[in-house]
Design a protein around this ligand. Structure first.
Ligand SMILES: [Zn+2]
Length: 157
């Protein structure tokens, strides 16, 4: 009985997440990431990236990569979008689009995968696109299959 209630609740939550995620099309989210990419500050690598993150309440936050002359201060587009969203009160993401101009789609770096996992629940869609129109869709679990997260820091561990 308890398992079936939990399963029913999870199924309901998943369909609600999917309904929210579907309220903005993947193409529209990709377009917002493309627009954000236009603002990239990448004078050293000349590799411009844009990201658009959709939150569980239907908002979209965008980001671009920002390079600095002290290279280690550089920030990726994905984390700029994540930090903008979190600073505005968002705590849960349903999907994210990342766009770069490369012959294949460009996956998020390891730091961004970890940062996405922190706020993205299981099943969060990661949409990778390039300017040539190639699109690849993954679940966050495929990008970070064995994540470290807050469950390891709980008091009853
Ligand atoms: Zn990154």
């Amino acid at each position: 009985m308890r398992i079936s209630r939990t399963t029913t609740k999870r199924t309901r939550e998943k369909s609600l997440r999917n309904a929210i995620a579907d309220s903005i099309s993947d193409d529209e989210l990709i377009e917002q990431a493309k627009q954000a990419r236009q603002e990239a500050h990448a004078p050293f690598s000349n590799f411009q990236v844009g990201a658009a993150i959709m939150t569980s309440d239907g908002r979209v936050y965008t980001g671009c990569n920002i390079e600095q002359s002290v290279y280690s201060l550089t920030m990726c587009a994905e984390r700029v979008a994540i930090f903008k969203a979190v600073s505005e009160g968002a705590r849960e993401f349903v999907k994210v689009a990342v766009v770069a101009d490369f012959e294949t789609v460009t996956p998020p770096c390891g730091c961004c995968r970890q940062s996405l996992w922190e706020f993205a629940g299981p099943g969060t869609k990661v949409i990778l696109a390039n300017l040539a129109g190639e699109v690849r869709r993954l679940d966050i679990e495929e990008l970070l299959p064995l994540p470290f997260d807050a469950t390891f820091l709980e008091d009853d561990r």
